[in-house]
Design a binder for this molecule. Structure first.
Ligand SMILES: [Zn+2]
Length: 499
């Protein structure tokens, strides 16, 4: 077996970037994989290209950090020679969105939770609990065993070349090919917001509708990969798009009810570079990037045209050891907004649990995600932000790729249900109020806002509007200076939970 890292994403460990691995031969068909860098146990993503496999029963030992902190997830392999091609990731057109018989699955023998949201993994992977992948392109290893410091995988391969992955990779090249396939779809359109700093397209999918539709209908934004390496999140966004682009009568009804905007890969340059964080904090004044400015300009224009933007679901991955499929790490703290977040989450959770996914009820914490896209939208336009951590590798029930995609469908259903509910209508009225104040703020501050920087300009307006509201003074009260003080609002989920 030869393992090459040249075209693989390696494994990734926060807070830095991509780390290569060293592969040594222990015995014929038995290999040892180690990190070449000292990393924390949070690193959780592995991608390795394997060649010369056909007909061989191979054992791969993943040794040391970060693998010793992964519990006992079962790795996946796909007979894929080019990660950019669609063929390597196809699954049945109607995915099994219900993790079959989830209720009857064996429960991990390990009991005492390390913390409320985590459980220790069994020492040996429960292969009986794995979903069927017979009609899919990615499969679980047939053997997995955890020993202290080592996670061992076994598989007899029938083809020569495969990728080994913990979390199926979703690359920018694949994303472009996937979105190209949607061109001409009668139900959705692919919009190029601009070119990234390195010349890659920044793309967004929108359900089709007239401008009048878009000023009237509630609008849900779903975006993935503000953390560039969190692969599961893109598959969920893709699942949402596949559903919305389909002729499913339920999807048709949702398209008539709402506008959906979906970004499957927010930061293609960061993804190619193999880093964890790149664009993520680029939506705070002083930290803008060329790409974040392009996104911000697009959303500003959308709002200036009177189009709605009510909810932003922001998709992430937790460490592999997380014991849930979906959890919300953070909600906004103000009572009214917290209530909005709770109601939205209840609706999304309802759709997910009805489909058999394991979802945490409550967030870990409250706070603002101000320098991120969803936080900037919230601060400036009143959009309700809800980050989600999604894990395909929970100990009780790992998900196959079709099931990961199915999470996106459930999130679409749940968020659409929310905006048509009474709490949802209350949110829409709150958003309208914020936008009216914003319009007044822009009028009052005309000529005093930085041209060509929609991020800083909108934050100045939002601060001014907020200050004016507090002092019950005129909307033209002097704007506070922009600066790093905005960053003080930023908080994140507990260490190790939100990567
Ligand atoms: Zn993340």
């Amino acid at each position: 077996m030869a393992a090459t890292q040249a075209d693989a994403g390696h494994f990734l460990a926060p807070p830095g970037g991509c780390s290569e691995v060293k592969v040594t031969t222990v015995a014929p068909d038995h290999y040892k994989v180690e990190s070449t860098q000292q990393v924390g146990t949070g690193g959780y993503y592995l991608l390795l290209k394997l060649t010369g496999l056909k007909g061989r029963a191979v054992t791969i030992d993943l040794c040391g950090a970060p693998f010793d902190g992964w519990g006992c997830p079962v790795g996946q392999y796909g007979y894929v020679s080019d990660l950019g091609q669609l063929a390597g990731f196809e699954s049945p057109p109607e995915p099994a969105t219900q993790p079959a018989a989830a209720a009857s699955l064996p429960v991990s023998s390990a009991s005492a939770p390390v913390r409320p949201e985590y459980r220790a993994r069994p020492r040996t992977g429960d292969l009986a609990a794995l979903p069927d992948t017979s009609r899919q392109a990615w499969h679980f290893f047939s053997g997995v065993h955890r020993e202290p410091g080592t996670l061992a995988l076994k598989q007899t391969f029938t083809e020569d070349t495969a990728y080994l992955a913990f979390r199926v990779p979703y690359t920018p090249e694949y994303n472009q090919n996937y979105l190209a396939r949607l061109l001409g779809n009668p139900n959705v359109e692919v919009i190029e917001i601009g070119k990234s700093n390195a010349g890659r397209p920044l793309q967004l999918v929108k359900t089709r509708g007239t401008s009048e539709d878009e000023t009237r209908k509630p609008c849900v934004l779903i975006y993935a990969r503000e953390h560039c390496d969190e692969q599961d999140s893109s598959w969920i966004a893709q699942g949402a798009i596949d559903f919305l682009a389909s002729n499913d009568p339920q999807a048709q009804a949702l398209r008539e009810q709402c506008t959906f905007l979906v970004v499957p890969l927010l930061d293609p340059d960061g993804a190619v570079a193999g880093v964890h964080a790149h664009i993520i904090s680029g939506f705070g004044p002083g930290d803008e990037t060329p790409d974040s400015l392009l996104y911000a300009a697009w959303f500003k224009k959308w709002v200036d045209e009177g189009k709605r933007l009510d909810i932003a679901l922001n998709l992430h991955n937790p460490p592999l050891s997380a014991a849930f499929h979906v959890a919300c790490p953070m909600m906004e703290p103000e009572l009214e907004r917290l209530g909005d977040c709770m109601a939205l989450h209840a609706s999304v959770r309802g759709a997910l649990t009805a489909a058999g996914y394991q979802v945490r009820n409550t967030p870990w914490t409250t706070g603002h995600l101000t320098p991120r896209l969803c936080g900037w939208l919230a601060k400036c336009f009143g959009t309700l932000p809800l980050p989600y951590e999604v894990n395909s590798a929970t100990p009780k029930r790992q998900l196959n790729l079709a099931e990961v995609r199915g999470i996106g469908r459930a999130m679409v259903l749940g968020s659409a249900q929310f905006v048509s509910s009474d709490p949802g209508k209350t949110l829409l009225a709150q958003v309208d109020e914020v936008r009216q104040r914003r319009s007044a703020g822009w009028t009052a501050m005309a000529g005093r806002l930085p041209a060509g920087n929609p991020i800083a300009a909108e934050v100045l307006v939002a601060q001014n509007v907020s200050l004016a509201a507090k002092t019950i003074g005129p909307a033209s009260a002097p704007a506070p200076p922009p600066g790093k003080n905005i960053r003080a609002e930023v908080s994140d989920a507990p260490a190790g939970d939100t990567r």
